[in-house]
Design a protein around this ligand. Sequence first.
Ligand SMILES: NC(=O)C1=CN([C@@H]2O[C@H](COP(=O)(O)OP(=O)(O)OC[C@H]3O[C@@H](n4cnc5c(N)ncnc54)[C@H](O)[C@@H]3O)[C@@H](O)[C@H]2O)C=CC1
Ligand SMILES: O=C(O)CCC(=O)C(=O)O
Length: 447
Amino acid sequence: MEDKINAFMEEVKGRNSHEPEFIQAVQEVAETVIPYISNHEIYNGKNILLRMVEPERLISFRVSWVDDDGEIHVNRGYRIQMNSAIGPYKGGLRFHPTVNASVLKFLAFEQVFKNSLTTLPMGGGKGGSDFDPKGKSDDEVMRFCHAFMTELCRHIGPNTDVPAGDIGVGAREIGFLFGMYKKIRNEFTGVLTGKGLSWGGSKIRPEATGYGTVYFAQSMLQSKKDDVKGKTVVISGSGNVAQYAAEKVIQLGGKVVTLSDSGGYIYDKEGIDEEKLAFVMEIKNKNRGRISDYLDKYTSAEFHKGKTPWEVPCAIALPCATQNELDGNDAKTLLKNGCICVAEGANMPSTPEAIHAFHEARILFAPGKASNAGGVATSGLEMSQNSLRISWTREEVDERLQKIMKDIHDSCIDYGMDEDGYCNYVKGANIAGFVKVADAMLAQGVI
Ligand SMILES: NC(=O)C1=CN([C@@H]2O[C@H](COP(=O)(O)OP(=O)(O)OC[C@H]3O[C@@H](n4cnc5c(N)ncnc54)[C@H](O)[C@@H]3O)[C@@H](O)[C@H]2O)C=CC1
Ligand SMILES: O=C(O)CCC(=O)C(=O)O
């Protein structure tokens, strides 16, 4: 089996030699899916996985825009349309200086499996730009978003490809992008998700990724007759996913003690309650400030400059910032300090060494493609509401989200249970996600 996996990976590396993040994401899937393919006759000899690692379409384009001083800037825009076997391409847009083809291809590849797991009819895609919104005025962000959509609009549509937010793309950016799409195409459709509530957005979409991650952690704990209630929780990040993961942990009776950004982490040993979290939301969503500003109001908290929060003792860890933010040494520290459950809110935040350590220690570990799928699932619910031209209540959407997260958890159990009764959620998520897409590809022939 190892020979088969190595031969496959050699081919992938040969074609994508300068794309380490993409190779990392494919390797993780190959290790679990290739043995499954070998044991299932219908997938044998069809090169299904080889077809799945090649994007159906990779679009790259120039984005020129003018700053507040009249200077012209050029950024690179992308959309990776990875796989449309089970529905229109669907996945977020990331605006961050580290964006490149490798990062977006890893995200698009993960998205294919994640969207399949949601049980909704969505293919996988991802896009973005190396544009850095940090320090830009609202007008500059608007001009950039308008310029970006001027090109992107010809490649997307409600039945073709439906982008959404990701790092650096929130409600403000989705508004500017939607405005330009509507102007150029002269149509008001569900072409983007994460829209404002008064113009086609879904209730609970802003909360969905963070809430869903905690619902998934809760399902894992309940499978061991345990609970989030009363547990100390370490969260990284302080953006959309981290904020609403923290909110749900607080609602379920857990104690959140950290949040972070690229400058470092805050540690509040008293716990970040709802009032303190509202202040974090003001810092991040309104003032667009730094997490260290938390200490301006809550002076007894500590700020650890340039560090990640994994050294803080906890029972539950929720990495909600970015890829490869939790390495093998961090994993060992978490385990040493008694961590029993890790659920990824971010995409691929744990390195392969960290995942290996969690599996070896037999703790509960959920990969992002399962545990953070609540965001895209609720985007799928937004698409349904747009098509039906109706709007569900908060309770209705939250109920559907909870059911979807429970179903994803159960699919992981179905495909991921080891002989000794330990659930390998990575294996479960990869195989469950693969089967649905592979079956659709087989039915549609070689295209
Ligand atoms: N927004 C969504 O619905 C979904 C987001 N995700 C993933 O969740 C993660 C966070 O995304 P959002 O919260 O939406 O973005 P965001 O832009 O709202 O927040 C990103 C957060 O990550 C932090 N961050 C970025 N780079 C960092 C670094 N190098 N070190 C430490 N912190 C860093 C930022 O300071 C910020 O707190 C990403 O991995 C994203 O792909 C996954 C599923 C859905
Ligand atoms: O809501 C969406 O379409 C995409 C969310 C996303 O980018 C992700 O799941 O990583």
